[in-house]
Write a protein that binds this ligand. Structure first.
Ligand code: ZN
Length: 89
């Protein structure tokens, strides 16, 4: 397993507000070997799950990327790259 720790919170932006989400909760489920991430923003919540398989696929570099460059919430179930298109209301 990786050395991800609860102290190292990922940087997650809201795809709707275009700013970091208000609150991030990281739950390490060691039994299921997954990391559940719950974020709160604009009165809503979004959940994403980092499975061991996903972490193995993205490797160390991808893991570093999540914790440095961050992910986007309220867009996808998985942490993704910055949105390719942002519609202007
Ligand atoms: Zn938001």
């Amino acid at each position: 397993m990786s050395d991800l720790s609860a102290q190292r919170l990922p940087v997650i932006r809201c795809a709707m507000c275009h700013k970091p989400v208000d609150r991030i909760f990281v739950d390490h489920n060691e039994h299921m070997m997954v990391i559940d991430i719950t974020v709160w923003c604009h009165g809503d919540t979004d959940k994403m799950q980092l499975t061991q398989k996903f972490m193995a696929e993205i490797g160390r570099e991808g893991e570093q990327q999540i914790f440095t460059r961050g992910g986007v919430a309220f867009q996808s179930k998985l942490l993704t790259e910055a949105p390719k298109e942002l519609r202007h209301a």
